[in-house]
Design a protein around this ligand. Structure first.
Ligand code: C2O
Ligand code: CU
Length: 495
């Protein structure tokens, strides 16, 4: 592996990694794509095929991708609380890993693989495993996952993506990711924007070369930062909106890039949900910081605009520090504009947003820090040119924590280094952020989370619940290049 040279986190924002310049089109040429839907709300078994597809990521240029059902994002899976889903995934990717369909500019020490494993990010399951990175299966085979959607699983925007050991980053980059939307009666009773007014937005930056191939330049495992910002697999799309409210489920599906979102008129929108679903109450904000793998649900009201108005979803200031709110907008940066909303004269969804959404407590209760069985410390760092947790890299045979089933614990996540940022994600559990040192709490972070952003010199204390399943799970950085090399550990919930 190449030694990692210390630079400031994600400062390489103006250009793509490795000096690449993608053949971008001017923004807002393509229409927003809405992924196909697979409705599993009645509990049927579902089947998805991982295969090569072709997509116009940049308008007019065809790019080979890897996608579930050949599209990226993959189909949006709709699920219902209390109704389990059996999901069979078929690996129909080329057995040789399809190296001719991606450009890997430097010798990164790993080849293009084709073994896959599917993890439903945020899932609470143990059967037969939750998409643990070691349980990959080869081209030509299939595997059935079980997603219980039980009491512990709050209705939320989850996402399924590839998790193959040492290859997650490349495979998610190629397109193996999709939304999983879990709902229940409360969601319906609340009368939030639904149907065409409930839209998933998966943001991901990529690099594309002149021939249309994806370029996987992950800069010595620091992470790929591209100069093409995509939403739902299209470069900077435009979306025609009715005059009314929309519920957007925002997912940062990028390898490494963070987004600090704002509307071009600097107006207020409402955060209504975080990784694990609706917040107790909407939180008004003008800025939304979204780190890789985080989901935030927001309501934007377009009723206040005249027909013909264009509102741009901007990405303000590309620096790792959690800066003050008066973030800079630099239109010269190719990553500063994410997508556009074009307001039409059509009347949309105009009901008010309820003042109360979903309480933090649910049938499983809210754990209190006083009842936590113990505290564990986790340091996310580097040593000898590898990403590390508590000074060590991932080892398949090693388990670093054995929490007891039925207890809760406080986990203290520490980023001791000034230059790097890490979004930390433990599998299985959802957590509440108790406190943060080194940065303020951001909008949406008061809800249930499964990923917490550790900025430079940040410490986060979170309350973890081990309520449901015994078994072995991973925790890792969700800069997936960091995860692959090798900022990942295992914990085992024991009886
Ligand atoms: Cu998005 Cu290990 O997960
Ligand atoms: Cu990291």
């Amino acid at each position: 592996l190449l030694p990692l040279e210390r630079t400031l986190g994600s400062r390489r924002s103006a250009r793509a990694a490795g000096g690449f310049e993608s053949p971008r089109r001017p923004p807002f040429e393509a229409d927003l794509a809405i992924p196909p839907v697979i409705d599993a709300r009645r509990g049927e078994s579902i089947r998805l095929d991982a295969r090569v597809g072709r997509q116009e990521i940049i308008p007019g240029i065809t790019t080979p991708i890897w996608g579930y059902e050949g599209v990226s994002p993959g189909p949006t899976i709709l699920a219902r609380k209390g109704i389990p889903v059996n999901a069979t995934f078929v690996n129909n990717l080329p057995a040789a890993g399809d190296p001719g369909n991606i450009i890997i500019p430097e010798e990164l020490g790993r080849r293009s693989l084709s073994e896959i494993v599917v993890h439903l990010h945020g899932v609470n399951t143990d059967a037969p495993h939750d998409g643990h990175p070691l349980f990959t299966f080869p081209s030509g085979e299939s595997f059935e996952y079980f997603w219980p959607n039980n009491d512990f699983q709050r209705p939320a925007t989850l996402w399924y993506h590839d998790h193959a050991i040492h290859a997650t980053s490349q495979q998610v980059y190629r397109g193996l990711a999709g939304f999983y939307v879990l709902t229940d009666e409360l969601e319906e009773r609340l009368n939030l924007p639904d149907g065409e007014f409930d839209v998933g937005l998966k943001i991901q930056d990529v690099i594309i070369d002149k021939s249309g191939l994806l370029v996987y330049a992950n800069e010595g495992f620091k992470g790929v930062e591209g100069d093409v910002v995509t939403v739902n697999g299209r470069q900077q799309p435009r979306f025609e909106v009715a005059r009314g409210k929309y519920r957007f489920r925002i997912l940062n599906g990028s390898d490494a890039r963070e987004y600090r979102l704002a509307l071009s008129d600097d107006s207020v929108f409402h955060v209504i949900g975080s990784d694990h679903g609706l917040l107790p109450a909407p939180e008004p904000t003008r800025r939304l910081h979204v780190a890789p793998a985080e989901r935030y649900e927001v309501v934007i009201d377009f009723a206040r605009y005249q027909p013909g108005t264009r509102i741009v979803l901007q990405n303000r200031l590309d620096e790792p520090q959690d800066r003050r709110l008066e973030d800079r907008f630099d239109p010269r940066l190719p990553t500063s504009r994410v997508m556009a909303f074009d307001v039409t004269r059509r009347q949309g969804f105009t009901a008010p947003i309820p003042a109360r959404l979903r309480p933090l407590a649910d049938p499983t209760g809210v754990p209190t820090p006083a009842r936590a069985a113990r505290t564990r410390n986790w340091e996310f760092d580097r040593q000898d040119g590898f990403w590390s947790i508590n000074g060590r890299q991932f080892a398949p045979g090693r388990v670093d924590a054995r929490p007891r089933l039925g207890t809760s614990e406080i986990w203290r996540f520490v980023n001791p280094a000034g230059g790097w940022v890490h979004p930390i994600h433990p599998h299985l559990v959802r957590f509440l952020i108790l406190d943060l040192k080194g940065r303020p709490r951001r909008p949406g972070e008061s809800g249930w989370k499964d990923t917490v952003w550790l900025g430079p010199n940040v410490t986060a204390r979170v309350l973890m619940e081990f309520r449901n399943f015994a078994g072995r799970y991973v925790m890792h950085c969700h800069n997936v290049s960091h995860e692959d090399h090798d900022m990942m550990t295992q914990f085992e919930t024991v009886l």
